[in-house]
Design a protein around this ligand. Structure first.
Ligand SMILES: [Zn+2]
Length: 454
C-alpha cells in the first residue's frame, strides 16, 4: 500500500494539480487522492521540487490525522478539500453555494484566537468559511508596536495570519477561503505586498498564499475603478485567485473609513454599472465577485436606509438579457457578496442569497460576541479577578487559574462560536460538507491542566 501511495504521488508530479485517481481509504468512507496524501516520505517530498504537494501539514512536517487527511467531501465537488482553496476548487465552491442557495460567512479576524473560533464554528456547522483580514486587522495581527510605514506591518501581519490559517484549517478539516477585506486606493501597496507573497508561494507550491483579495475603489470614478480592477484581475488570475470588487458605497463606518454622510443614491448600484463591470472583467477571467450596493450599511445602527435586495435581481436579469444565448442557465451571471449584513433580517439575507449572493461579511456581530464573552466571564468570576491572592474562599487562596488569559480568551471564543452558529443558520450554510458531527476533543494534558468550565 505504501508503495502504491508513493507511486501515485510520483505520478502526480507530472500532472501537478490535475486530479489524480481516487484511492479508497481503509474505512472506505472517504477517499484520498495522490498529491494531497499525507504520509509521504521526506525523500519523496524533497526528491523533486516540482512535486507540488499542497498539504500544509506535509510542507511543515506536522501530524495530519483523520479529517485533516481528507482530499474531498461527501457533499461537495471533488476538487474541494480541507485547507485553503484557490483556483478551480475555489470556483467550484462558489458555484456550489450559488446553485444550492447558501452564502459563506466571511469573518474579519484580528488574532489567532479569532481565527481558531471561526474554524471551530465551521467544523461544528459542517461548513466552509471565509476568513478575512482588513488592513487594520492585518496590522493588529503583527502587533500595534510595530512600525507600519509603507504598510510593512500590515503586510507581515496578514502573511503571518495566512500561515496560521493554512496550518490550522486542515487540522479542523474544513475548506477555507482566505481573503482580505476593503482595500481603498491608498492601501493598494498593502495588497501589492500580499500579491508578491502569493507569487513567491505559488512558485514553490503551485498555489497562491491567499485565495482572494478585495479591491475597493468605489470612491473613485467608475472607469478608473474598472481599469485598476482589470490589472489586478490579470495578475491574480495567473495564480487562480479571485478578485472581489466594490461598486457603489457601503454606508456606515468600518476600519476607520466613514461613509455615514454619503449621498443616499450612492448606496444603490445600478444594473447598467454592474453590467459594465461584467463586460470589462469577464474577458480576462470569471474569477471575480461584486460587492454591489443595495442599501447595505457597515455596523449596527438604527438608520433610515432601506435594504433593497431586488437591486441584485434586476442586475442579474439585465445582464442575462444582454448576454442572450450566452447567459448561464441559472440566469445569475454575477457572484454577489454582501457587505454590512449586521442587523439585517433573515428574510432580506435569504432574498439576497436567492439573487446570487454567495458570501456575507460578519464583523460587527463577532466583535460584540468576542467582547461579550470576556465581559460575562469577568462578571461571573469578578471576586476572583481583583487580586493575585485572596478570594471569597480565603484570604490566601490564589486566583491564578481565573486570571490566566486563556480563560477569558476561551470565553470570548465560545461566545463567538455561538454567535457564528446563528450566522451559519441565517446563511443556509450548514451540513454543506457532509461530515459526521465533530468528536469531543481529547485533552492529553489531563484534568490538572484543564481550564475553568466557561
Ligand atoms: Zn465591507
Amino acid at each position: 500500500m505504501k508503495f502504491l501511495l508513493l507511486g501515485l504521488t510520483l505520478l502526480s508530479i507530472s500532472d501537478s494539480f490535475r486530479l489524480a485517481p481516487p484511492i479508497h481509504s481503509p474505512s472506505g468512507k472517504f477517499t484520498q487522492k495522490a498529491g494531497r496524501t499525507h504520509g509521504v516520505s521526506p525523500a519523496a517530498l524533497f526528491a523533486d521540487v516540482s512535486n507540488k504537494i499542497t498539504k500544509q501539514a506535509d510542507i511543515l512536517g506536522i501530524p495530519c490525522e483523520d479529517e485533516c487527511g481528507l482530499s474531498e467531501y461527501p457533499n461537495l465537488p471533488d476538487s474541494i478539500h480541507p485547507g485553503v482553496l484557490s483556483g478551480q476548487a475555489l470556483m467550484d465552491l462558489l458555484e456550489d453555494a450559488k446553485k444550492k442557495g447558501y452564502a459563506i460567512p466571511a469573518v474579519n479576524c484580528v488574532t489567532s484566537s479569532s481565527i481558531n473560533a471561526c474554524l471551530e464554528a465551521a467544523r461544528r456547522n459542517d461548513a466552509p468559511i471565509m476568513i478575512q483580514f482588513s488592513s487594520g486587522g492585518s496590522q493588529f495581527y503583527a502587533g500595534k508596536g510595530l512600525d507600519n510605514s509603507n504598510y510593512q506591518a500590515a503586510i507581515a501581519g496578514a502573511v503571518s495570519g495566512a500561515f496560521h490559517v493554512r496550518t490550522m484549517a486542515e487540522q479542523y478539516g474544513v475548506p477555507v477561503i482566505l481573503h482580505t477585506d476593503h482595500c481603498a486606493k491608498k492601501l493598494l501597496p498593502w495588497v501589492d505586498g500580499l500579491l508578491e507573497a502569493s507569487e513567491r508561494y505559488y512558485e514553490q507550491h503551485g498555489e497562491p498564499l491567499f485565495s482572494s483579495h478585495m479591491i475597493d475603489l468605489s470612491e473613485e470614478p467608475i472607469e478608473e475603478n474598472i481599469e485598476i480592477c482589470k490589472d489586478y484581475l490579470k495578475r491574480m488570475d495567473k495564480m487562480g485567485m479571485v478578485l472581489e470588487m466594490e461598486l457603489g458605497i457601503t454606508g456606515g463606518e468600518e476600519d476607520g473609513v466613514n461613509n455615514e454622510d454619503v449621498d443616499k443614491d450612492e448606496l444603490y448600484s445600478k444594473p447598467e454599472e454592474i453590467h459594465q463591470v461584467y463586460e470589462a472583467l469577464m474577458p480576462i477571467s470569471d474569477k471575480f465577485t461584486v460587492a454591489a450596493a443595495f442599501g447595505n450599511v457597515h455596523g449596527v445602527y438604527a438608520g433610515d436606509i432601506e435594504l433593497r435586495p431586488p437591486i441584485l435581481d434586476s442586475a442579474q436579469k439585465y445582464i442575462s438579457d444582454k448576454l442572450g444565448d450566452k447567459a448561464p442557465k441559472d440566469k445569475k451571471p454575477v457572484y454577489f457578496v454582501f457587505h454590512g449584513g449586521s442587523g439585517s433580517s433573515v428574510e432580506d439575507i435569504r432574498e439576497a442569497i436567492g439573487y446570487g449572493c454567495i458570501k456575507m461579511n460578519i464583523d460587527t456581530d463577532t466583535q460584540w460576541s468576542y467582547w461579550s464573552g470576556i465581559n460575562e466571564f469577568q462578571k461571573k468570576y469578578s471576586p476572583y479577578l481583583q487580586t493575585q491572592i485572596g478570594n471569597p474562599e480565603g484570604a490566601d487562596k490564589p486566583n491564578k487559574k481565573f486570571y490566566d488569559p486563556r480563560e477569558c480568551i476561551r470565553a470570548a471564543e465560545i461566545s463567538t462560536i455561538d454567535r457564528l452558529q446563528l450566522a451559519f443558520e441565517d446563511l443556509n450554510c450548514q451540513n454543506v460538507l457532509g461530515l459526521d458531527p465533530p468528536k469531543q476533543p481529547a485533552n492529553t494534558l489531563g484534568p490538572r491542566r484543564g481550564g475553568l468550565p466557561v
